[in-house]
Design a protein around this ligand. Structure first.
Ligand code: ADP
Ligand code: ADP
Ligand code: ZN
Length: 214
């Protein structure tokens, strides 16, 4: 199964992805997480991605699509994947759809998490991220462990540099200008379920489970 979890930054894609990926039996493929791993490891790709990420802009399509092709070539992705944060531009979507069909695994379904801009801003401003496993928390809605530690792995939890206020606004602008138009491309290829992304984390998970039953 290939599925896409779509929505603005801060809409809860990462929060919801683990459970959904487990139910679908495919890996969670988050391009942002992969870029952050390269940043931490100081690879060439990490160096290249850094300036775009810290400015709230998209890493170039060619680089991003190559990364995804190589990720889908790994053994755990033989049966597909759940994309989070990809595709993020019309060019990425127009590359992805024929690529998937060529693998004999066309896009099956997408969920569009709908969250208004003002909530995106408060969610991202309060988001805290584990430096080791990538788990996310929120200072008010889902606080980390004592002393800003990850309840999943024990590592330190930080505020991502691109979750600073100025970059949040730039990321929202990038979303509206370059990413939102991807929805039209996806709707032409597979069912796209609009899911209300506000309310509790559990309530959102239930709404997703209703449109994508196991
Ligand atoms: P969020 O979880 O807030 O939506 P991500 O972790 O998905 O953010 O992405 C962080 C940053 O990594 C983006 O702002 C962008 O710079 C880069 N990035 C992630 N995915 C893509 C993509 N598909 N295309 C281009 N850039 C990307
Ligand atoms: P995305 O991957 O789409 O960028 P995240 O899953 O990282 O979004 O969520 C962004 C922030 O919002 C995190 O701090 C997360 O804990 C918080 N969050 C996620 N879902 C909800 C929700 N339903 N209600 C309140 N806060 C949420
Ligand atoms: Zn962790």
């Amino acid at each position: 199964v290939v599925a896409v979890l779509f929505g603005p930054p801060g809409s809860g894609k990462g929060t919801q992805a683990a459970a959904l990926a487990a139910r679908l039996g495919v890996p969670h493929v988050a391009t942002g997480d992969i870029f952050r791993k390269h940043l931490a490891g100081n690879t060439d790709l990490g160096q290249l991605a850094k300036s775009y990420m810290s400015a709230g802009k998209l890493v170039p399509d060619e680089v991003t699509c190559k990364l995804v092709a190589s990720r889908l070539g790994e053994p755990d992705a033989a049966n597909g994947g759940l994309f989070d944060g990809f595709p993020r531009s019309v060019a990425q979507a127009e590359w992805l759809l024929p690529f998937l069909s060529g693998r004999g695994q066309p896009l099956e379904v997408a969920v569009n998490l709908v969250v208004p801009d003002d909530q995106v801003v408060t969610r991202l401003g309060g988001r805290r991220t584990c430096t080791s496993c990538g788990a996310t928390y929120h200072v008010a809605h889902a606080p980390p462990g004592p002393g800003d530690t990850c309840t999943r792995c024990g590592a330190t939890v930080i505020r991502r540099p691109d979750d600073e206020d100025a970059v949040i606004l730039q990321r929202l602008q990038t979303y509206h200008a370059e990413t939102a138009p991807v929805l039209g491309v996806l709707r032409g290829a597979a069912p796209v379920h609009d899911v209300v992304g506000t309310g509790t984390i559990d309530a959102v998970a239930e709404r997703i489970a209703r449109v994508i039953p196991a």
